[in-house]
Design a protein around this ligand. Structure first.
Ligand code: GLN
Length: 485
């Protein structure tokens, strides 16, 4: 058996039995990366030497009989998360030479748990995008069809899991960036509740929306990673001080206590018929496992996209003001005076999509427009959150398609930002409301592209999301299918 295909829990059992060492497992993955990276391009940087050193330490821990669920497990980290001593580019030229002096809290937690970092995964610049085509370091490819996008912005993280270039990975999700690429690449992706996971050391995009979460080969692995990622962090004032359950206790095979809400707002015109069919079939499977279904209404869903494209760029324009060529990162070569230096650094350092967002956001926040745009968007955001609160009085989880279409071709939407933005129409509402959501594989199109099923719950009810996704997964075969490339 090829060790690179193992899940976290499978690798853990076999490391515990000493079937192989963490060193051997890491070497196998590094070899796999060498073989397939020319086709997939999931990584910005692979840190082989560091990984092998971490594996040695893991083997010592295992030899001492102190193995924990993540000891010796090789992972990929989205390049938006600070890693001490390893460049952290955020997919941008402006941070191409940035080497953080500290680890993000989530990275530190993973290290403490014994996990190994294989490298930094490719992403859309500053996590703005749905296809990983906005990276300053070239785009990644979908292992199911190398001419298709892997989704974004965590496209490298999803492609690396799908191509067995890591056992699992970390991504971030501001408007869908974990769930949408997970759906495109046929893997599992969980966006936790806003505040559940620390964002200290996460390079900020939309601060009221961003969350870190796992991309994995199955639902059990997502629960195992959440056990280590979740929790209060005094260094992140938005993290919530609330007890972290053992997420694996929610992995039960049936759904007798679960009521599923189905919202017509998520089965709209324009949705690909193969996607709709797969999701309707998945609902039948869920019912056969004991779940009840009810119709619910989320009437403000149609405003989610415009609200997001005011709030996210507004917050981004403020967060990205710090990249000026002075403190750290890229600086233009010719600089006649300070103002010219700022301008040139930013003109040369940022890509087109990031500039578009900075302009949109600055406009929405400017004097005289603030109330009409950012202020109004914030009010409508409250209505979207209330929709969910009302809905969750009638159901435990809401099931929807993750994306309206399967992965599209590389280059197909680069000149049409609005079409690109529509990829996230089903994932954005959960970010605006702060709710957790998962995407699990639920089908393949006639062309062999993965389809994703999204399960959303109320805040801090990741357990219900995991339970529903797990029961579905255990009774279907989609998660074990592998791309051939
Ligand atoms: N695709 C969306 C955007 O471009 C979401 C990105 C994300 O979740 N980071 O903003």
């Amino acid at each position: 058996m090829d060790l690179s295909t193992l899940t976290i829990h499978e690798a853990h059992e076999r490391l515990k039995n000493r079937d192989f060492s963490a060193g051997e497992l890491t070497q196998t993955l590094l070899k796999r990366i060498e073989e397939v990276e020319p086709k997939v391009k999931a990584y910005i940087i692979v840190t082989s030497e560091k990984a092998l050193k971490e594996a040695e330490q893991a083997d010592m821990i295992i030899a001492a009989g102190k193995i924990a669920p993540l000891t010796g497990i090789p992972l990929a980290i989205k390049d938006v998360l600070c890693t001490e001593g390893i460049t952290t580019t955020c997919g941008s030229k402006i941070l191409s030479n940035f080497v953080p002096v500290y680890d993000a809290t989530v990275v530190r937690n993973l290290k403490r748990a014994g996990a190994i970092t294989l490298g930094k995964a490719n992403m859309d610049e500053f996590a703005m995008g749905s296809s990983t085509e906005n990276s300053s370091f070239g785009h990644s490819h979908n292992p199911w069809d190398l001419s298709a996008i892997p989704g974004g912005s965590s496209g490298g993280s999803a492609a690396a899991v799908a191509a067995d270039e890591c056992i699992a990975s970390l991504g971030t999700d501001t408007g869908g960036s974990i769930r949408q690429p997970a759906s495109c690449c046929g893997v599992v992706g969980l966006k936790p509740t806003y505040g559940r996971v620390s964002r200290f050391g996460l390079i900020a995009f939309g601060s009221s929306l961003d969350q870190v979460g796992p991309l994995t080969k199955d639902v059990r692995d997502a629960a195992l990673l959440m056990n280590v990622l979740a929790g209060y962090d005094p260094q992140d004032s938005t993290s919530v001080n609330k007890e972290v359950p053992d997420y694996t206790t929610f992995l039960k095979p049936d759904l007798k206590e679960i009521t599923i809400g189905v919202a017509r707002e998520y089965f709209i015109e324009g949705i690909d018929p193969e996607v709709e069919k797969a999701v309707r079939e998945a609902l039948n499977v869920l019912q056969s496992l004991g779940a009840k279904t009810v119709d619910i209404a989320l009437p403000h869903t149609e405003y989610a996209l415009p609200v997001y494209y005011l709030i996210a760029p507004a917050e981004a324009s403020s967060n990205l003001a710090r990249y000026d060529g002075v403190k750290y990162g890229f600086r233009t070569e010719k600089d006649e005076n300070l103002t010219a230096m700022y301008k040139k650094t930013r003109s040369e350092g940022f890509g087109a999509e990031v500039k578009r967002r900075i302009m949109l956001g600055t406009y929405a926040l400017s004097a005289g427009y603030y109330d009409a745009y950012y202020g109004k968007a914030s009010q409508v955001r409250t209505l979207i959150r209330r929709d969910f609160e009302e809905a969750f009085k009638k159901c435990d989880v809401i099931v929807t398609p993750t994306t309206p279409t399967p992965a599209f071709k590389i280059g197909e939407k680069v000149d049409d930002p609005l079409q690109m933005y529509l990829s996230d129409i089903f994932t954005i509402p959960a970010n605006l409301a702060g709710n957790p959501g998962i995407s699990v594989p639920c089908g393949l199109t006639g062309n062999g592209l993965p389809i994703g099923l999204q399960v959303i719950s109320g805040p801090f009810e990741e357990g219900k999301v995991l339970q529903t996704a797990f029961a579905y997964e255990q009774n279907t075969e989609w998660h074990v299918k592998k791309p051939k490339f």
